[in-house]
Design a protein around this ligand. Structure first.
Ligand code: UDP
Ligand code: MG
Length: 324
């Protein structure tokens, strides 16, 4: 049996919270009956500095039923930080933790399959949207563009996977070895490694209320993701510089031919060639400086250099080879 915790960040979710709570309660009851999860499994709501009755509701749930736990942040810190706060608060309390949204867009019935994969040995299970039929064209276009651009910019994230995922306690603990302040979960979880699996689910419409992720937040989120995960944008500068240098050499040859052919105005050749070459050299120089700054940036993150999954040592071996 698995001791399961479900962590849910909530920001102004008074309209959906009672429904989410009751559906999870039913789900937990069913799973307990099937002998899949333990009786001390919990639902953890994280209040991300809501301005409505969200926290009052969470307190009420907790008072009525020990199934529900609550974490309250001192102010609004955004979905990622709220989720992180929740995960951090429950580390070592459960065998496996599932994170999901409060608005019932993540199909609660997928939890069964998450747990199946966990029992098959997966330490990380990603919930992936099988389709976006219910999303508006705009949401679909911007969201799918988000994943494509992120990957292009060097942030390796799982396509169409948001934050509906299961983490084993082991994976969760290693996740917190990434001490960076700007922790972009979708990019960091794949870095943690371990056996992982995918569960496909149909993304529903928001149950009630409106999205707390307007386009402006989405762009900021994508920018955060790229700049916090990789220094690839800096590398682009060097690539552009090198490209410019190659072009300028080609131009030089071309202009020299024109010059000796006598087709040019005096002084034009040297002028145009120096503009191109200097531009290229400047770009490359900025890129090289950027590369060093990028290195410093990554060093400051103090990411773990490796995570050991198993270590077969003398003491643990059964020593069957040792014959007298
Ligand atoms: N959320 C949060 N803090 C915020 C914004 C959102 O904790 O500042 C939570 C929100 O309550 C929900 C989840 O993050 O549980 C996803 O938000 P939403 O459903 O509005 O995003 P969308 O599904 O539209 O991308
Ligand atoms: Mg949503």
């Amino acid at each position: 049996m698995v001791k399961l915790y479900v962590v849910i960040p909530c920001y102004n979710e008074e309209e959906v919270l009672p429904e989410t709570a009751s559906r999870l309660k039913d789900k937990f009851a069913a799973l307990r009956e099937q002998g899949v999860i333990t009786a001390d499994s919990r639902v953890v709501f994280v209040d991300d500095g809501s301005k409505d009755r969200t926290w009052a509701m969470i307190e009420e749930f907790h008072r009525r039923d020990p199934l529900y736990m609550g974490v309250k942040l001192s102010r609004n810190r955004g979905h990622q930080n709220a989720l992180l706060a929740g995960l951090y608060s429950v580390r070592d309390m459960a065998d496996a933790v599932i994170s999901m949204d409060a608005d019932l867009q993540d199909d609660i019935n997928a939890i069964d399959r998450f747990l199946e994969k966990y029992r098959e040995g997966a330490q990380v299970v990603y919930g992936v949207r099988s389709s976006r039929k219910k999303d508006t064209f705009f949401k679909k276009f911007t969201a799918e563009g988000f994943y494509k651009i992120m990957n292009l910019m060097g942030a390796e994230i799982v396509f169409n996977h948001a934050d509906y995922r299961l983490l084993s306690n082991c994976a969760l603990n290693h996740l917190f070895e990434f001490k960076e302040v700007n922790l972009f979960l979708r990019g960091i979880v794949p870095m943690v490694g371990f056996q992982s699996d995918v569960v496909y689910y149909e993304r529903a419409e928001r149950f009630a209320g409106e999205s707390k992720y307007p386009l402006k937040k989405m762009i900021a989120f994508a920018f955060e993701g790229v700049t916090s995960l990789t220094i690839k944008p800096i590398r682009f500068i060097i690539s552009i510089g090198v490209f410019m240098l190659v072009v300028s050499i080609a131009m030089l040859l071309y202009f020299l031919i024109r010059h000796f052919g006598g087709h040019t105005v005096t002084g034009w050749t040297s002028l145009i060639v120096s503009i191109w070459t200097l531009g290229a050299i400047q770009l490359i120089s900025i890129g090289v400086i950027g590369e060093y700054i990028g290195k410093i940036y990554l060093e400051t993150k103090e990411r773990p250099r490796f995570i050991i999954e198993t270590f077969l040592k003398d003491e643990d071996g059964k020593g069957t080879e040792k014959t007298v």
